[in-house]
Design a protein around this ligand. Structure first.
Ligand code: DC
Length: 227
């Protein structure tokens, strides 16, 4: 088992990380880890239990109690909090903002980074997030950082929500993205930024296929290292 065979994909909201991460993992027979979904579960559970986003002791206890898991299904990867399927519930805009808030708190980051490292202990994993290449797996073999203009990302997010029949205005999405970007970039702990050795890809005017080609172009240039 090649423990260092890890691909990290970081970037801001709706930069295409999860779409690309999922396809890449499937094509290469690798595990896909959505670290953002884990922060979303903590955000959702904190809301249900009435724990404030700055209550460090409450969040620490919460992280000790909850059990986050991923399961494959016909419709794709499902996210569970204990036995409950929270795949849809964690995608609501309110939970996105809560996830961003709780993710700035040390006990939450410590608990989740430990779980994420454990998930990647045998390698063969594609990890998407904000700090995958900088903090979780600084020794990952391939690191990518996807970015795009706020306008383009708001358009993508709006389309996704419309497809799920969730009524949210473009303007609200645009503002939420700006806020989340600002908070994720400016927080003291593990702020969103590209790792020094990450390949930065601006996906604003690229299709999913273009981005995959760009990534596989880099990975493919080291074929001897592929599993
Ligand atoms: O990728 P996402 O939009 O599902 O992530 C939700 C929030 O979780 C994001 O605003 C910041 C936080 N997050 C984080 O701090 N570190 C990660 N590795 C992934 C997400």
């Amino acid at each position: 088992m090649d423990k260092d065979y890890i691909i990290t994909i970081d970037g801001p909201v709706s930069s295409g990380k999860s779409t690309i991460g999922k396809i890449l993992a499937k094509r290469r027979g690798m595990v896909y880890l959505d670290t953002g979904a884990m922060y979303r579960v903590v955000g959702l559970e904190s809301k249900k239990r009435g724990i404030r986003s700055d209550d460090q002791a409450g969040l620490k206890k919460l992280c000790e109690e909850i059990k986050i898991s991923f399961k494959q299904s016909k419709e794709g990867q499902k996210v569970f909090s204990s036995e409950e399927d929270v795949t849809e519930a964690i995608r609501f805009p309110e939970i996105s903002l809560l996830a961003s808030r709780v993710s700035a708190e040390r006990p939450v980051r410590e608990a989740l980074v430990a779980l994420q490292r454990d998930a990647g202990r045998d390698g063969n994993i594609v990890v998407d997030g904000r700090d995958a290449g900088t903090v979780i797996f600084p020794r990952a073999r391939y690191k990518f950082y996807l970015d795009a203009s706020v306008e383009e990302r708001a358009k993508r997010r709006h389309k996704e929500l419309v497809e799920k029949e969730l009524e949210v205005s473009y303007t609200k999405i645009f503002k939420d993205i700006e806020k989340r970007d600002k908070d994720d970039r400016s927080r003291a702990l593990s702020p969103l930024k590209p790792a020094k050795d990450a390949v930065i890809i601006d996906t604003t005017s690229m299709t999913i296929k273009d981005v995959l080609n760009a990534i596989e172009g880099k990975i493919g240039s080291c074929t001897s290292l592929l599993p």
